[in-house]
Structures are given as C-alpha cells and as structure tokens.
Design a protein around this ligand. Structure first.
Ligand code: NAD
Length: 508
C-alpha cells in the first residue's frame, strides 16, 4: 500500500484497465482536510477519452470475469476483504484526513466494508436458478446471470462503505464496474482499489474515475456497453440520473436522501431513548442519509426527552477525528457547513428556539456545534429539507395518528424510527411508516445481510441482503426441447387444444 502524499495521504490516480494514471488532460482539484483546511493532495480528473477507456476496459473484462466462475472470483474477493480488515486502521486514518469522521468510526467503516464484500461474495455463490417441472421432452429452467458492466456513482459521506456496496455486489455477481466515487474523498477508495489489485483482480474488472460528475455520468449512462446504473446521493441528482438511464432503457438502483422521523412514545424511558438517539444523530456529524432528523415526542415525556437529548448533544466532544476521545468531526466541506448554517438561521428567524448549539465552531476547520431546536414552525425549511448535519428539531405530539401523519408527510421515505415499550404500538408504526428502513427502540445502521433502501423520493432498489445482489443479475427463462427440431418423441398431445398448455410462441 502506498501512502506517499502529505501526512501519509495516498498518491491519487485514476484506475483504468489495471493502470494507475493521471488522466489525459491535466485537470484536477485539491483535496482538503476538513479539520485543518490543509490541502492533502490533488485528484486528477478524467477526460472523455479516459471515460471511454474505462468503459472499454470494463466491456472487455466482463466476459472473462463472468466465465471465470465463483471459485476464482471468491478467492480474489475474499483475499481483498482480508487485506482491508488488516489495513482498516491505516485506511481509516486516510478517511479521517479527507472526510473528517473520528478514527474509530472510520476504521469501523473499513471493517464493515470488508464484511460487506465477504457477505456479497458468499451470497453470490447461491445465485441459483431453478428447474421447473415440464413436459417429457423439455427442460424448462430459469438461469440467473450477471447483468453486465455496471456504471456507479457514489457520494462522500461513506468513503469506504459507499463505493464498496456497489463494487462488492457487482464483482461478486460476476459483473465488471466503472465507478465514479466522490472527488472530495478520493484517497480511501484508491486504497481499496489497490487492495483489489494486490489480491489479483484482473485488469478492467474495476475501473475508478474521478472528474466532473456531470461529464462522466452523461458518457457512462447511455453507453451501450454499460448495462446497469447504481447511484447513491441526493434526490435531485438521483432523479436526473434516473432520467438519463430511462432514456437509454437501463435498469437502476437509486439510494437517495431521507429525512428520518423519530417517534418517541410516552411508554418508553425518555432519557434512555434520548441517549441512544444522540449516538445515532452524531454519526458522521449527521451526514448520513438515514440520520434521525425530525423528532416527534409524546408531550408527556417531551420535557424529559428534550432535556436529556440536549444535555447529551452539548456534552459531545467535537474536534479533529485523529485526536483521542473525539466523538464528532467536522462537516465534510465548507459548502456543507454553510448549508447547515442556512437551515438553522432560517428556522431561528421563523421563531425556533436554540436549546443548544446553533453556530459553527470558531477557528480552523468546518466544525459545527451539535444543535437542538424546539418550537420550529412547520414552514421552516429544516422540517422539509434533509439537514445532513448535527442538528435535531424536536416537537411534541398529543396524538399518535397525527404524529404518524407528520412523519409520512414528506416526499422522502428512507428511514423511520420509534421508541415504545408496547409491541402493539410498535407494530402499528411498523405498518404505518412510509419508509424502507425501520428501527424500533434504537436507530439501527445498515448490515450486509439485510436490505437497505427507500420508497417514494428516497429511491428504489436495495443494497445488502439477497435483494442487493438481485439488481446485478438478470434472469433468463430457458425452455430446452430435447428432440431438436423434429417435433418431439412421444410428447402427449395437449388435452383441450391450447387452453391448458403453451401455444407455440406463447403470449410473449
Ligand atoms: P450532491 O447531490 O451535489 O452530490 C451527491 C453526490 O452525487 C456527489 O458525490 C456528487 O459527485 C454526485 N453527483 C452530483 N451530480 C452528479 C452528476 N450529474 N452525475 C453523477 N454524479 C453526480 O449533494 P452534496 O452537496 O454533495 O450533498 C448534499 C446532499 O446530498 C445531502 O443533503 C443529501 O441530501 C444528499 N446526499 C445523500 C447521500 C445518501 O447517502 N443518500 C449521500 C451524500 C449526500
């Protein structure tokens, strides 16, 4: 592994057809440490010719990778996972430098990315087809095969987990991939790509591009060689990319934003609930698509919950993620700091009360105070726009049905949470929440063995679990007449004409 740049930051390159290069045009951008504002390195941008080369490499590599079989693929992918587990601290340090999250959170993410790769690799070995009972002269079967070269685009908030969810599912399923991770956090994924290379991944199976996102997606998505599009990011960009994919008739997975409601009922311990919810709220400084972001609390426990929540938020140690004991790092960029500040200013000017926080932390770095708001009017933008920051608006409710209606009132439908000791209330909320990811009595994170994904504007398709691999596979129906074109050997005539049997050609 090479970490030769400033402060052990890796040399950044494009990775195309097994070669590391600087792109053909000399364009690029500085990568900035959000805790210190130091420039860590320079990420090269792909030119159109580089994008074409990556697509051509993925197209050429695909049939060989597909036909090599699961034993061959598994050996390489599981070796990569082992290397990533070994290097989790080192790669996590690079992630902290470029993205800001605390070191333990970053290293944990690398371990989870490696575990996801292991799980997808093992699960892909069970991509069974089936034989369907059929006539005496026919074998009717369903075959499951890799969809083909994949085009993927992922954001900056999970520099290891984001890319790995796409890469691991694609490669385990037998697909090749062209991926454009975020230009803001290119170091982590570069080290992941190096681990794949060292584990023996053939050239062209994984291609990593950085550049101007719109330039790259406009080339990759319509290219006939690319057969499946996977995107994680904001709703507006997701809708734009889904549109491009629709015009090229490409299937897609869209993992988009959310604005997760948390309903806290009166029959729960409000202090315990507040403490576990704060732990979820500050993960990655709130820059998580499933971050709990709208708190609706039964009025009978509202004061106790709000006080405990605000105290726990105020006690969070914010700082450079490399320092011991730091629980929350900076926002990823000045752009994101400004976006969060604007939402909070808008709420306050509309009448919200700041219980704790409410300001950027003065000095170097893009640090924001963990913030709790109450009395937020329904018209404030923070109640309808995904805040993507360490801020929690809390409101009381008197009627559970009305709270559920508020929870479901936005176009988002990604995660939803509830705290209650009543199984009946929990089941009512599980049935009533319009969201794809639900947790009761905690705000749970994703796991490789279970599917994650949204409904409504939060997108479609799932990552994780057998469902996560399904998008990277296509199903073929195969009816195999054993007697060639001779018309069959003893196949009984279908009784009642074609009413019960299959007419030649069928219905489609
Ligand atoms: P953004 O929509 O500008 O960018 C998100 C990601 O999409 C970035 O990595 C970017 O490079 C990529 N992207 C943007 N335009 C693209 C294009 N035309 N083609 C291909 N890729 C493109 O958002 P942002 O300012 O970086 O983040 C803010 C918002 O994004 C958040 O408020 C949140 O809603 C959303 N977001 C969601 C997730 C998630 O996990 N669902 C992750 C990060 C950001």
């Amino acid at each position: 592994m090479t970490t030769t740049g400033q402060a052990g930051y890796p040399q950044l390159s494009l990775y195309i057809d097994g070669e590391w290069g600087q792109g053909s045009g000399g364009r690029g951008a500085d990568v900035v440490n959000p805790a210190t504002e130091d420039v860590l390195g320079r990420v090269p941008f792909a030119e159109p010719a580089d994008v074409d080369a990556a697509i051509a490499a993925a197209r050429a590599a695909f049939p060989k990778w597909r036909d090599a079989g699961p034993d061959y693929r598994s050996a390489i992918l599981l070796k990569t996972a082992a290397l990533l587990h070994q290097r989790a601290d080192e790669i996590g340090r690079v992630m902290t430098l470029e993205e800001g999250k605390p070191l333990a959170e970053a290293a944990g993410e690398v371990h989870r990315a490696a575990a996801g790769l292991q799980w997808n690799t093992e699960e892909a070995r069970r991509a069974y087809g089936r034989i369907i009972p059929s006539g005496p002269d026919e074998i009717l079967s369903v075959r499951v095969v890799p969809v083909g070269p994949v085009g993927a685009f992922v954001p900056w908030n999970f520099p290891a987990g984001g890319p790995m969810r796409k890469i691991s599912a694609a490669l385990a399923a037998g697909c090749s991939i062209v991926i454009k991770p975020s230009e803001e956090v290119p170091g982590t994924v570069s080290l992941i790509a190096r681990a794949f290379e060292e584990a023996g991944l053939p050239p062209g199976v994984l291609n990593v591009l950085f550049g101007v996102p719109d330039e790259i997606s406009r080339k990759v998505i319509p290219d006939p060689a690319i057969r499946f599009i996977a995107f994680t990011g904001s709703v507006p960009v997701g809708k734009h990319l889904a549109g491009l994919a629709a015009s090229a008739m490409k299937p897609t997975h869209m993992e988009l934003g959310g604005h997760a409601p948390v309903i806290v009922c009166a029959d729960t311990d409000p202090v315990k609930a507040a403490r576990t919810a704060v732990r979820a709220k500050i993960v990655n400084a709130g820059q998580v698509c499933t971050s709990p972001s709208r708190f609706l609390v039964d009025r009978r426990v509202y004061d106790a919950f709000t006080q405990a929540f605000a105290e726990a938020m105020a006690a969070i140690k914010v700082g450079n993620g490399l320092e011991p004991g730091v629980q929350m790092g900076p926002m990823v960029s000045h752009r994101r700091l400004v976006a969060v500040q604007k939402l909070i200013e808008d709420a306050v000017s509309a009448g919200a009360t700041v219980v704790t926080g409410g300001q950027p932390i003065e000095g170097t770095g893009y640090f924001y105070q963990p913030t709790v708001l109450t009395d937020v009017p329904a018209s404030a933008a923070i109640l309808s726009e995904e805040p993507f920051g360490p801020v929690a608006p809390i409101a009381p409710f008197d009627d559970l049905d009305a709270a559920l209606e508020v929870a479901n009132s936005l176009p988002f439908g990604l995660a939803a949470y509830a705290y209650t000791d009543s199984a009946a209330t929990a089941e009512k909320l599980i049935a009533g929440f319009e969201a794809g990811i639900l947790s009761i009595n905690h705000c749970g994170g994703s796991v490789p063995q279970a599917p994650s994904g949204g409904v409504k504007d939060s997108g479609y398709g799932r990552e994780g679990g057998p469902e996560g691999l399904a998008g990277f596979l296509v199903t073929k129906r195969v009816s195999h007449k054993l007697s060639g074109g001779s018309g069959g050997t003893g196949s009984p005539p279908s009784r009642g004409g074609h009413r019960g049997g299959r007419p030649p050609g069928g219905d489609k």
